[in-house]
Design a protein. Sequence first.
Length: 110
Amino acid sequence: MVRSRRILIANEPRAYRDALAAALRALRPQIQALVVEPDDLDRFVERLAPDLVICSRASETVRARAGAWVLLYPDGEEQAVVALGGQCRELARIDLAGILALVDALGDIP
């Protein structure tokens, strides 16, 4: 049996995190979109080994143990940093369509 893709969402503000999780659940019902408090993120990354983390701060634990991660608006800047498949890149911005594309790309990563 194949485990569904697990996504941890721990970005700020909370309303954005909750809205993003609701959108992912509605548009990609085959995944698990789990909302966690940013201060608890490292503990959940260690415990759940997520396929993707969406956060406002990418700790060493996230960088080392998450399959992929998205850093939204680091230091309040209008940008995102995406790490996927061993590659890290900065984007001027990312929207829901971009996040959905990342979720879909998870299936292509071993």
